[in-house]
Design a protein around this ligand. Sequence first.
Ligand code: HEM
Length: 410
Amino acid sequence: MTDLFTNPHRYGDLEAWRREAVELHAGGPIHRIEQPGYQPFWAVIGHAAILDVERRPGDFTNAPIPVLGSDEQLALRATEGAQIRTLIHMDEPDHGKYRSLTADWFKPASMRRMTDRLDELSRQAVDRLEALGGEADFYRDVALHYPLQVILSILGLPEADYPRMLRLTQELFGAEDPDLQRRDLTPEQQVEVILDFYRYFTGLTADRQAEPTDDLATLIANGTIDDTPMPELEKMGYYVIIATAGHDTTAAAMAGGLRALAEHPEQMRLLQKDPELVPNAVEEMIRWTAPVRHFMRTAQVDAEIGGVKIAAGDWLYLSYLAGNLDPAVFDDPLRFDVKRTNAAKHIAFGYGIHFCLGAQLARMELRSLFGHLIPRLQSLELAGEPQTAKTTFVGGHKTVPIRYTLTPSS
Ligand code: HEM
């Protein structure tokens, strides 16, 4: 029985992971997984099967547990009491009510307001690479910072708050990889860090209630649900989901995308010859990296998915990375191909009512960054073995060492 979906270390060797996922597709779109220490679940890997599940949010809910955990982790989460409740923990009707508060803000027309800021950040990223003089770690020097600067901008936070937000997204949430965890913190200190964030976001709420602006924090701070102010815990959840969902994910796509270009110089040359290919290349990078490895759903009814009978109460692991490697949709799925005609059919942003709220923003970030970088890159190669994050949830790389030459800035 494969531990492909439960063992964080397996995601540390992405090439092997991808190969095994493609082999699994030959055995069908959905597989029963029984691993010691985990509740049994179904790994849904077929592209069509994942869409089927996502099209039926009433039959397959995010509650009670939207992210995989071992029995031990789930027991721990249960004793920790009031969990932060975010969009991904919610089902209808709550989910729709909370999502509609910010949905318009993320629509393409509204996102265009970000174009200038993204171009500025992209120029800064290229300048930084230039200043580093030909050797850099693309993850740590560029990809880790860029999307977090964007989060600060959309929430309307000052640059001075960058270190604090970095701590929030890297250490408190989504840190399954041992290198990213703060093992030096005692439980009391961890509580203190969390309280620090409560104080910080409570202050932010008070500021935006007193002086509303046109940023996202203003929408959250003043949000109402059924004509009453949004409860405090849900406000915290909203700030946290925007910050965390928008950071690691996009950073992983940038770092994994650049790595793919370094490993496939012929693809890089295609982009240099024809910069119009950049938007399609970005879709292929997102297909290839699928930084959100999974979300879980719980069946509320007996159902059939991909020809397999599912019982009410069963747990389903939607494997976006495996779905993006489905040979029934993607010809020769293990080929990284910036000209792939259906690259945009990837399901890395999910589908249906939970479809990634920041998808348009993430695409714009990647297009802007690579749009600025690629014309300046004269050469690019890996300068060492990249390290990948050992996580079953969100991530990609921890390091992408590169050697490069850039054309001088004009
Ligand atoms: C390449 C980058 C990104 C990837 C791969 C990604 C992927 C995903 C996925 C797979 C989901 C769940 C979809 C589902 O259940 O069907 C999701 C949800 C979400 N994402 Fe993203 N995301 C990215 C960037 C962003 C950004 C930049 C933001 C915001 C700043 C963002 C905010 C959200 C939010 C708020 C949700 C919850 C939506 C809901 O439950 O209604 N994401 N994302």
